[in-house]
Write a protein that binds this ligand. Structure first.
Ligand code: DX5
Ligand code: ZN
Length: 221
């Protein structure tokens, strides 16, 4: 297993003061900026494009940026986000006509490549692309909105993926996104995840450092 990463989702950040708020959550001890991109087509909501990612870099954000594409099609935005300073880029297999090509495009642009599995997406979408993956992102809510409740079937999916990754001896990070809170992050880690994306649980509190340290406490228990 890789060291645990905590990735605040900026969907729940103070969007009128995005740069300051992202810096504040990083100073609070988080590791990675999770950047949710929604297009009102693949999901019924609309968020930020590559210009906002570039603006965070220009503002001075140095932490890795993990771009979660909830858009269709994906290829043009992969290129633009890589150029805008993304480090990790993931997309939903249902949103690309050519999954293998899109993964290769992410790697060609020098970023880590990931596939995102919706709650009802079977693990078989990973067949034939295992060697292309740097990470897998398990959705524990249906994509489109922050603040939803964790869907419990994600535990079995995480455990099944952890077993497959270990059995294959692959160096693939396993991230979980949606409804992660202080009271379930320990169970999510026990199931086998090593990256924890959380929006409302962190940005919904005044003291980000307190939440991040509660997360770490749960992860070390
Ligand atoms: C949902 C997004 C998530 C979401 C997480 O479509 O991909 O990253 O913002 O937010 P919480 O932690 O509030 O469920
Ligand atoms: Zn996300």
């Amino acid at each position: 297993m890789k060291p645990y990463l905590i990735a605040p989702s900026i969907l729940s950040a103070d969007l009128a003061r995005l740069g300051e708020d992202v810096q504040r959550v990083l100073d609070a001890g988080s590791d990675v900026v999770h950047f949710d991109v929604m297009d009102n087509h693949y999901v019924p909501n609309l968020t930020f494009g590559p210009m906002v990612c570039k603006a965070l870099r220009d503002f001075g954000i140095e932490a890795p940026i993990d771009v979660h594409l909830m858009v269709s099609p994906v290829d043009a935005l992969i290129e633009q986000f890589a150029d805008a300073g993304a480090n990790m880029i993931s997309f939903h297999p249902e949103a690309s006509a050519h999954v293998d090509r899109s993964l290769q495009l992410i790697k060609d642009k020098g970023c880590q490549a990931g596939l995102v599995l919706n709650p009802a997406t079977p693990l078989s979408v990973l067949d034939y692309v295992w060697d292309r993956l740097d990470f897998i992102l398990v959705m524990s809510v249906n994509p489109g909105f922050g603040g939803q409740a964790f869907i419990p079937s994600a535990y079995d999916k995480i455990a099944a993926l952890r077993a497959l990754i270990d059995e294959k001896g692959l160096d693939i990070r396993l991230a979980v996104d949606g409804g992660v809170k202080v009271d379930n992050i320990g169970a999510v880690a026990k199931a086998g995840a090593d990256m924890f994306i959380a929006g409302s649980a962190i940005f919904g509190k005044d003291d980000y450092a307190e939440v991040v340290s509660q997360f770490r406490q749960e992860l070390s228990a």
